[in-house]
Design a protein around this ligand. Structure first.
Ligand SMILES: Cc1cc2nc3c(=O)[nH]c(=O)nc-3n(C[C@H](O)[C@H](O)[C@H](O)COP(=O)(O)OP(=O)(O)OC[C@H]3O[C@@H](n4cnc5c(N)ncnc54)[C@H](O)[C@@H]3O)c2cc1C
Ligand code: SF4
Length: 332
């Protein structure tokens, strides 16, 4: 499958990138590592006139601990760099663990954390060649007006299938967005819409520039568990991130001081599991409590036939992984 024709723009600074975005953002796509954008362009899912290649913007690479104890990660920081960061592993282990499960080492060397946050949603009826989609019929997400997954409906349910966002949600991460109007900073939790087609709150003339992890989320025990067909490379079909902070009652018995659970690949957005913090905080983790957390996460998951493996199995694995991850995070 060949790439469509496009003009390549290579800004060297955020200001230059924003300058391009303010000209004609409607016919432009942003490229970071290109590991998802380029295959999608080959499938003719995107046929932009211009591609804005951010890779020469050195200021957006790397992890920088800030004086207040929080940390800033440039949007162009590769997933490999995140995975290998000693600082992140020590203070935010759930993120390094999630990053280490993305795709394969080669793709993690190219793929960036910004691209992972902005990753397009996925569906068996969408991530296909133009000839395949033409043959089977276009759908709401691109060129059509019906949904093959939920016939009769008017909504797209394509699954958000990136690994680091549930970990970042558990860490209460914020992102910085640059546009011709300047910089704004929002909670990552407010970035996703819950719609499969228009899945993120990012205007065509905006780009994500940085990720911030607060100092209040440092030091939590973190676990990420993921279901995929091939353990060496595939996108998640269900993913669970758990962070837990323990306190001791003085007798060496660890109560849970705080906990959060995030899930991915089973809804059109990554989600924080509501009620999990209240369920776990103040408790000593045992099998029953971990199973109750698994039930709560499974209730939040609404998988449909957008992906390989049945929705029932994927929801069940959310339950199983959550229980295991809670037990592991409480004991490691
Ligand atoms: C075989 C294969 C397996 C994969 N497996 C996984 C997996 O297991 N888990 C997983 O999470 N992902 C997986 N991916 C997808 C992809 O490799 C990763 O999500 C990667 O992090 C994407 O980052 P990137 O920099 O390459 O993004 P790109 O491909 O450059 O961009 C992805 C999307 O984000 C937009 N974008 C990128 N950066 C910005 C920015 N700074 N601001 C605004 N928009 C931006 C682009 O316009 C595009 O829409 C897989 C891909 C392949 C080909
Ligand atoms: S969920 Fe429906 S509308 Fe969305 S990509 Fe799949 S088939 Fe298309």
């Amino acid at each position: 499958m060949s790439l469509p024709q496009f003009k390549l723009l290579r800004p060297r600074s955020v200001e230059e990138a924003v300058g391009y975005l303010s000209q004609d953002a409607g016919s432009l796509r942003i490229l970071a590592g290109g590991t998802d954008l380029i295959p999608s362009m080959r499938q003719k899912l995107f046929e932009p006139e211009c591609v804005l290649d951010l890779r020469a913007i050195a200021a957006l690479r790397g992890t920088k601990p800030l004086p207040d104890g929080s940390v800033e990660i440039g949007a162009l920081t590769t997933l490999r760099a995140v995975e290998r960061s000693d600082f992140l592993r020590q203070h935010y282990p759930v993120l390094t663990e999630a990053a280490a499960t993305v795709a394969s080492p080669v793709l993690r060397n190219m793929g960036t954390i910004g691209g992972n946050i902005c990753l397009d949603t996925r569906c068996l009826w969408y991530n296909q060649s133009l000839a395949w989609r033409k043959g089977c019929g276009f759908c709401i997400k691109k060129d059509g007006d019906l949904c093959h997954v939920a016939p009769g409906g008017s909504k797209c349910w394509a699954a958000f299938s990136a690994d680091t966002p549930p970990a970042l949600l558990c860490l209460e991460a914020e992102i910085e967005i640059a546009s011709p109007a300047g910089l704004r900073r929002i909670a990552l939790n407010d970035f996703y819409t819950g719609l499969g087609d228009d899945y993120r709150k990012l205007q065509p003339n905006e780009l994500v520039t940085r990720v911030f992890l607060p100092t209040s989320s440092a030091g939590y025990h973190g676990i990420y568990r993921k279901l995929r067909v091939r353990g060496s490379i595939d996108y998640p079909l269900a993913g669970v991130a758990v962070v837990i902070k323990r306190s001791s009652n003085g007798n060496g018995v660890g109560h849970i001081a705080d906990a959060r659970i995030g899930i991915t690949a089973v809804n059109p957005a990554p989600l924080v599991v509501k009620g999990a913090t209240e369920l776990l905080t103040g408790q000593i983790i045992n099998e029953e409590l971990a199973a109750a957390a698994g039930d709560l996460a499974a209730k939040t998951a609404k998988p449909l036939t957008t992906s390989a493996l049945t929705p029932e199995y994927r929801r069940e694995m959310i339950r199983v992984f959550t229980k295991r991850a809670v037990l592991a995070a409480a004991s490691n």
